[in-house]
Design a protein around this ligand. Structure first.
Ligand code: FES
Length: 209
């Protein structure tokens, strides 16, 4: 939430509680994907960059594909107009979300070879960059491991290797803190790191996205 909204919640709690209940109730008959797509459109219409950066990943998280999001934006052309659509696409390109890259738009999830298993540190975190266009953090404990997207679940910031301290990963943008052994957000935020399905094949660690 913005500082201005935080201020209003404290200054006029009765009015703002009613406002937030209205927003919640207004979409209660819509499925999460439709709600998320409408939110993306409203953020573009109001040209709130912060809101768009927040609601775009949310739309992906609840199951909207990049092409569905692009279709929703284009369908809103009569109200948005070309200038706002271009404004939004510039932000989407700046976010560099792997799913929105042209070569990924229609791609089905597939297995990607990440690293030889004997190079994955046991009881520790291994950072791998540029695995077929993504960076990942790998937590290994004995024969099991977890592979996480380096993109923050808040606004898809690419969390760098330097943000890792022991098992704690801190996103540099708004300081959400994650425990890499569980993927959970343990400070400042609410959502866990995105975990990819993974497997060992012929001595290699693979992940699916
Ligand atoms: S983008 Fe906001 S905490 Fe990571």
């Amino acid at each position: 939430m913005s500082d201005a909204l935080n201020y209003l919640v404290k200054a006029r709690p009765e009015a703002m509680t009613a406002y937030f209940s209205f927003l919640k109730d207004a979409g209660k008959h819509l499925d999460p994907k439709t709600r998320a797509l409408i939110s993306v459109i409203t953020k573009i219409d109001a040209q709130t960059e912060r809101g768009l950066r927040q609601y775009l990943p949310r739309a992906l998280r609840v199951g909207a594909s990049p092409v569905e999001i692009l279709d929703a934006i284009l369908m809103a052309f009569p109200t948005l107009g070309l200038a706002k659509i271009v404004w939004a696409v510039d932000i989407i390109l700046d976010m560099d979300i792997p799913e929105f890259r042209l070569e990924s738009l229609d791609a089905e999830p597939q297995w990607h070879e990440l690293v030889s298993w004997d190079q994955v540190k046991d009881g520790n975190v291994t950072y791998l960059d540029d695995c077929d266009g993504r960076n990942v953090f790998v937590w290994r404990s004995g024969d099991t491991c977890k592979v996480y997207d380096s993109r923050c679940p808040h606004q898809v910031t690419d969390i760098p290797h330097l943000a890792l301290s022991g098992l704690q990963l801190t996103c540099p943008k708004h300081h959400w803190v994650f425990d890499v052994s569980t993927g959970k957000c343990v400070e400042n935020g609410t959502r866990p790191l995105r975990q990819f399905e993974s497997r060992l094949k012929e001595g290699w660690l693979q992940a699916k996205w």
